[in-house]
Write a new protein. Structure first.
Length: 357
């Protein structure tokens, strides 16, 4: 059965695209038919991560209803295809029916589909998450990224998509977090801890998945094992922890952020749709840099004491209301054109009903 995964970052710059490329290539090496789709409108880079340069239609073209999935697909290897993005769309041209059609076509064509949607703050992230079968978060061990996972998880699950777990990325061997404490903090299982590895940096520089660029590296080995579990549909209870990190986790607490630049882009928000809104009531940018002890971090930290560390029901209702309002606007603007082109009146309303009503 095809599995469509929305791969979501806890914040910007945590390695979501690198992880998506590595997992996709690993699944393809295991003879699965795999597609990786670039759903990160604000920072499309998945094509480059798998060595694809788009010279024709892209995912944006397909989302505007001007190309099919096949038109926007580029071959990476025998079992791996990519649907790259070009960043040409501001989101207002996205048609709900076209997005649903693209995912439906991918289900028919592939065994696994991984959608790199970037950080979980935008309308497009909500759309891809709602269309996916499952969501997989990627995060570094720093506080801002983990806080983004905790609140993003609430929004994704409110949309009806189960969260499979969290992939901890760029974990330092000498300062690794306790994965059990991280899982309690974000209220989701940690399915893998990927070590910080220069091989991943080098693979990004040359435009190749790390599993292809340096298959013997620790991070490639961890991605290979995680891909096997995803392909088998069994993530097991114990996370994938490579030998390089086996003796590293510090008991009882997540690691502090030693790299102040790791989430330097985390303050970006989009059109008022803020998945990282905190109970503090701050109207500033989501995931804005803040020092230890802020209300934003404290809300998530309470999960370690058994309390709910994410959005309250009121927050969830606000997230859904913002999503539905924006989807209604898109439907009103694009619905008549779609009906004329494809003869399927009410497609936008039908999808919106399936997503959130």
């Amino acid at each position: 059965m095809t599995g469509v995964y929305a791969v979501i970052g806890g914040s910007d710059g945590v390695g979501t695209t690198t992880a998506t490329a590595a997992l996709g290539a690993s699944l393809a090496e295991r003879t699965h038919r795999v597609a990786v789709i670039d759903g990160d409108r604000d920072g499309p880079s998945l094509g480059g991560a798998v060595g694809v340069t788009a010279d024709g239609p892209t995912v944006e073209t397909a989302l505007r209803g001007r190309a099919s999935l096949l038109d926007a697909t580029y071959r990476v290897s025998r079992n791996l295809d990519a649907v790259p993005g070009d960043g040409s769309d501001d989101g207002n041209g996205t048609r709900l029916g076209a997005a649903a059609d693209l995912v439906a076509a991918a289900r028919e064509r592939y065994d696994e589909v991984l959608v790199d949607v970037g950080a979980g703050e935008t309308l497009e992230t909500a759309l891809w998450a709602a269309l996916a079968d499952r969501a997989l978060f990627v995060s570094t061990p720093d506080d801002d990224a983990l806080a983004g996972v905790a609140t993003g998880r609430h929004a994704v699950e409110y949309l009806g998509t189960p969260v499979e777990g969290v992939v901890l990325n760029r974990v330092a061997a000498d300062d690794a977090p306790d994965v059990d404490a991280v899982a309690a903090r974000v209220d989701a299982p940690v399915v893998a801890a990927l070590p910080y590895d220069e091989a991943a940096v080098a693979s990004s520089a040359v435009g190749a998945p790390v599993i292809d660029h340096d298959p013997d590296s620790p991070v490639a080995a961890a991605c290979w094992e995680l891909a096997g579990r995803l392909g088998d549909g069994d993530l097991a209870d114990d996370p994938v922890v490579p030998a390089a990190l086996a003796d590293g986790p510090v008991e009882g607490t997540a690691a502090e952020d030693d790299d102040p630049t790791a989430s330097e882009d985390a303050g970006r928000s989009d059109d008022g749709f803020d998945w990282a809104a905190r109970e503090s009531g701050d109207d500033g940018p989501a995931n804005a840099d803040s020092g230890p002890g802020t209300d934003e971090q404290a809300d998530v930290a309470t999960a370690q004491d058994g309390e709910d560390g994410g959005a309250t029901p009121t927050d969830e209702e606000a997230v859904a209301a913002a999503f539905k309002e924006r989807m209604d606007n898109v439907r009103d603007q694009q619905g008549s054109d779609r009906e004329a082109e494809q003869g399927r009146p009410g497609e936008g309303r039908g999808l919106l009903t399936r997503l959130l009503d």
